[in-house]
Design a protein around this ligand. Structure first.
Ligand code: GDP
Length: 616
């Protein structure tokens, strides 16, 4: 069978084949899979009107367009799938306990403390840490390694451990979740009884609820004058947190972090909540797996990382890979500064021996030998580089591509974060948006967070973690949050007229918000003479009159002011005897229009390009 061609370029033979490509692959990656020359794929893209270099990482649409043209089926693989496959090639997997039900044993809950600034998160973590000194462990907690374990009793004689993540605030929580690491089992929401529910209280609550993490409320500062714990309970019912004593299922505990009141009760409440609503079990006898909580470069020890073991047992001497870092566990320390030889499920430990610093939220696993760890780490590093390039180009979830996601059955909800200049406008916008009716009722709109003020990094990480879109009404994004949004591929839409916001979001929900393209004229050339070549057909000897003529762009032929052929491609372009990619105004050139040969002297060749129109 003859290989197909477009515009004279022979297409590689790839018929019917299925190729799997990681998101953000380049044409070279594609070519490799089908055994073609990368340059020929560049040429094909050029004929399709896109200038792409062979090594540049491209978006999903480009890969799909190319696949269609080459008559192959392309499967674009997500980073998670890819990582799973990468591990599979080494006969490994991450995230599931090995064995069956009988191999699982109960493990401690992992807790994060969240709440409004100054409501006492840090003080509470200190109080819990100190409380533990009384209940055991000589020396107390001396090392701040990012997490620690304490004991609770929970009504029984038996002591039960709880693991606390030692970084207060929901930023840490959400940034880990954005990286795919669900570390927290239970969130303690700290609310000062003298101050009540505040914007960050609600923000923290939204973050926990979006992650499906049960909440225990610590009503703090009950020692203070003006403390009104009942009011806090009342306020939180509005957000779906109803205290047990009011018939709900959320545990509220009155505490004073300063005077160490209610701390034990709070720990008990954590255990009771875990027992009531979660099934926290893990297999302790397997190679360890978990997540990095914190990592930095220590002057003396090199990279150190605090990891949370989620399943299995981590041992000194194990070869591990953590994100794109790898190495061997040389030294393992707990929060008391003790050297450990092994650490089981829900145990946080500081590990020395990695060759580089992993990121918070990176997963880790023990592998059989150093070589495997190194290979996995290197492949992940290369993949992350590509993915980052691809992310910069296109939001992973935007109003324009929501229809695709809906059609693919991936979503039936559009999640929004609304930030506005004043609370009145935020409420008005939210009300109006929630009233949008979508025919067939297939799509729902849900506002997962709202607030007054500029768009912050925390908003961006929540959006990234939840695949939400941010709507800014009369507010801007701070410099850093803008960067974070670009990096994470989060779409932010700014509005200053409510009506316009509603119209666009409604259009997005109904699938009308296709990208708009506009034609941009590149240049014109006047035909001075024609030659015919046995190899190419008609070649037009031209003078470029305006702009420039570029090889591979679209063109049309105009004769006596009328368009003779609207859809042509500048198939080859020559300047004197050499091939040229472009020829500027005032120069002569030779143009071939592929299979179109009806060119006459005095015809005008006009070239143009379709560009995506920026939205107002
Ligand atoms: P964070 O911003 O939530 O971490 O709050 P901090 O833990 O830094 O506490 C803020 C302020 O509240 C500090 O001055 C604490 O000493 C004070 N504070 C925290 N807990 C209590 C408490 O139970 N009672 C009183 N009276 N003050 C507290």
């Amino acid at each position: 069978m003859q290989a197909p061609s477009i515009g004279g370029v022979q297409l590689p033979r790839g018929q019917g084949q299925t190729v799997r490509l990681p998101r953000g692959s380049s044409l070279t990656d594609f070519a490799e899979k089908i055994g073609a020359n990368p340059a020929s794929l560049v040429a094909v893209m050029m004929h399709l009107g896109e200038m792409v270099t062979a090594t540049q990482s491209v978006g999903d649409e480009t890969l799909e367009l190319l696949a269609q043209e080459l008559n192959v089926v392309v499967e674009i693989v997500s980073p998670e799938d890819e990582d799973r496959e990468l591990l599979e090639t080494f006969d490994l997997s991450w995230g599931e306990d090995e064995g069956g039900e009988e191999d699982l044993v109960i493990r401690p809950p992992v807790v994060t403390v969240m709440g409004h600034v100054d409501h006492g998160k840090t003080k509470l973590l200190d109080a819990i840490r100190n409380e533990n000194v009384a209940s055991g462990e000589a020396g107390g907690i001396t090392q701040h390694i990012g997490a620690y374990q304490v004991m609770a009793h929970a009504g029984e004689d038996k002591e039960r451990r709880i693991t606390f993540i030692d970084t207060p605030g929901h930023e840490a929580f959400t940034s880990m979740r954005a990286r795919g690491a669900q570390v927290t089992d239970i969130a303690i929401l700290v609310v000062a009884a003298d101050d009540g529910v505040k914007p960050q209280t609600i923000e923290a609550l939204n973050h926990a609820q979006a992650a499906g993490v049960p909440i225990v409320v610590a009503v703090n500062k009950i020692d203070k004058e003006g403390a009104d714990p009942a009011k806090v309970r009342g306020q939180l019912t509005e957000y779906g947190l109803v205290a047990e004593e009011y018939g709900g299922d959320t545990m509220f505990v009155d505490i004073s972090a300063k005077q160490h009141l209610g701390i034990e009760e709070l720990l008990d409440a954590v255990i009771l909540t875990a027992d009531a609503s979660l099934d926290l079990r893990a297999n302790p006898v397997q190679d360890a797996q978990g997540v990095a909580i914190e990592a930095h470069l220590d002057r003396g020890r090199g990279p150190v990382a605090t990891v949370l073991v989620q399943r299995g047992t981590l041992r000194a001497g194990d070869s591990i890979v953590c994100g794109d870092a790898f190495g061997r566990v040389r030294v393992m320390l707990d929060e008391h500064g003790n050297t450990l030889t092994e650490a089981g499920p829900a145990r946080p430990v500081m590990v020395v021996g990695l060759t580089s610093v992993p990121g918070a939220g990176d997963n880790f696993l023990v592998v059989s030998e150093d070589r495997v760890a190194r290979q996995i780490a290197e492949r992940r590093e290369a993949r992350e580089r590509n993915a980052q390039l691809a992310r910069q180009r296109k939001p992973r979830f935007s109003l324009e591509n929501i229809q695709e996601a809906l059609a693919a059955g991936q979503r039936d909800e559009l999640l929004l974060i609304i930030k506005g200049d004043v609370s009145g406008s935020v409420e008005a916008l939210e009300d109006a948006l929630l009233k949008i009716e979508v025919p067939g009722d297939e799509v729902h709109l849900r506002v997962i967070h709202r607030g007054v003020g500029a768009i912050t990094e925390s908003d961006v990480s929540l959006a990234a973690a939840s695949d939400a879109i941010i709507v800014g009404f009369n507010v801007r994004a701070e410099g850093k949050s803008r960067e974070a949004a670009d990096r994470e591929g989060v779409e932010i839409r700014f509005y200053s007229v409510i009506y316009q916001a509603i119209e666009e979001i409604e259009a997005g929900l109904k699938g009308m918000l296709k990208p708009e393209y506009e034609e941009v004229q590149l240049g014109t050339a006047e035909v001075r003479a024609t030659f015919s070549s046995s190899k190419f057909g008609t070649i037009a000897g031209c003078m470029v009159r305006t702009g420039l003529i570029r090889r591979g762009t679209k063109g049309r032929l105009i004769r006596d002011g009328a368009v003779v052929q609207p859809n042509l491609t500048i198939d080859s372009l020559r300047r004197e005897k050499d091939d040229a990619t472009e020829v500027r105004e005032g120069f002569e050139c030779g143009i071939n229009l592929g299979s179109f040969n009806d060119i006459k002297v005095d015809d005008v060749i006009e070239t143009f390009e379709m560009r995506e129109k920026p939205r107002a």
